[in-house]
Structure formats: C-alpha cells, structure tokens
Design a protein around this ligand. Structure first.
Ligand SMILES: [Mn+2]
Length: 243
C-alpha cells in the first residue's frame, strides 16, 4: 500500500531526520515523502539539513517553505535590520555556526553585525543553491483528503485560502488551530508545537486538523505521520537520537 510520510520542523536536527526515515523504512520508489517546512535554526545542523532536504527532493520528496526558511532567504538577499533582529531572536545563532563551520561559542564572541556580514557572504558565495532552493519552495500541497501546510489557513481566507497572504501559510497560529476550519480536507500542519496543542509532543489529532511538530529542536521529539488508505500511524525519534 502506498504511504504518505509527513515530517515538519526539522530545525537542524538532521540526525533525527535520518533516524526517523530509517525507522520508517522510507523508500522513495514506494512512499510519498512530504517535508512541511522549517529546516533551519535552533538545532545544530542547519546546513546539513538543507543539503539532505535538497537530496530528498531530488529523489522525489516534496518540501514546503516554513517561516524560518523564508527568514534565512531574506537574511541572505536583503539583510534588513528587522530580519537580522528576528533571526538572532529565533535560533539563528546555531544556523550561523552551522553555515560558517564554527562553534556557537566562537560565534557568540562576535557582534551581530560581524556575524551577519560573514554569514551573508558565505550564503551568497557558497550556498546560493540553498538560498534559491528555499526561496522557490511551495507553500502548500494538497490531495483529495488532505491539505499540507507549514502553519495553517487563516479563517478570514477559508473560502479562498489559496489567495491568503504568504505570511499566513508560514506563520498563522491560534486563529487557525483554535477553531474548526470549515474546509473539506483535513489540514496537516507543523509550526505550532504539539505540546502547545495538547500538552504532549506526540501528534495532535482533531476532527479537521493534525498537528505534527514534536519540538525536536527543543529537546522533545521528531514525529513522522504515516498516512495510508487504512488510516494514520505515528512514528517518532527522541531528540538526540540518530547519527
Ligand atoms: Mn515555523
């Protein structure tokens, strides 16, 4: 039976991603793999994670764009003050260390301006393929039964959700998950950690939504949702496992 495997919010945890794919016996000839955003920031190996995601997409997976992926693109291409500020406020130091090939301790001795200058040079000179890959990722993918998106669908746009602002696909929180969507398809999303939805890192199922962010980069777990014609199954790898 053909499986769809959905994983979100890898956030630099490439070892846990590889361990999860191995436990699930992911086979690109048989399974459909959907990665629904936030590959970078917070966790230790952002650069290696983007490399791995690019490889998986090359082998048939679909990857969506998350707000952290968009921020790294904005940092590389624009580097405006607000982007820089938010980058460091939301786990960007580990991303800088990963792309610069240096330790977080070494990085933290520098001013934000110095780090950003060096990081932007490295991203634009050596990782242009990462930036254009992340920039061009789609914001959603759907099939008959499910709509897959990084953050959700804002209720203001429910009847024309494809036209909602890009930002909502990547950022919306409680206005989305706090009420019924009114959509015919079930929405599978990440971005909001499952602990915020039901007090546990395990996958959150409701009548019309499934929240899968296990908070791996916060020391919790990386979840893999398996969808088949007969229903759902859940796999997970605790943070720190795999290598
Ligand atoms: Mn997110």
């Amino acid at each position: 039976m053909r499986r769809t495997i959905v994983i979100s919010d890898i956030h630099g945890c490439v070892d846990e991603l590889n361990e999860l794919l191995s436990r699930m016996k992911y086979d690109n000839r048989r399974d459909r793999l959907l990665l629904i955003g936030d590959y970078v920031d917070r966790g230790p190996k952002s650069c290696e994670t983007v490399d791995r995601v690019m490889q998986l997409v090359g082998e048939g997976a679909v990857a969506l764009r998350g707000n952290h992926d968009q921020r790294l693109v904005d940092l590389a291409l624009r580097g405006d003050d607000e982007t820089v500020h938010k980058f460091f406020d939301h786990g960007g130091t580990s991303t800088a260390a990963s792309y610069l090939g240096e330790s977080v301790n070494r990085i933290e001795d520098e001013s934000a301006e110095q780090i950003v200058l060096r990081l932007r040079n490295v991203l634009n000179d050596q990782y242009g393929s990462h930036i254009s890959f992340l920039r061009d990722l789609p914001l959603y993918i759907e099939d008959e039964k499910h709509l897959f998106v990084h953050a959700g669908i804002h209720p203001d746009y429910v009847h024309r959700w494809r036209e909602q602002p890009e930002r909502e696909f990547m950022y919306v929180k409680e206005p989305f998950w706090g009420r019924r969507t009114g959509l015919s398809q079930k929405v599978v999303f990440g971005h909001t950690r499952a602990v915020e939805l039901h007090g546990r890192p395990s996958v959150w199922f409701s009548d019309d939504k499934i929240g899968i962010d296990g908070g791996c980069a916060y020391g919790q777990q990386l979840n893999g949702l398996e969808i088949t014609d007969s229903g759902y199954a859940v796999w997970s790898v605790p943070a720190g496992h795999g290598k």
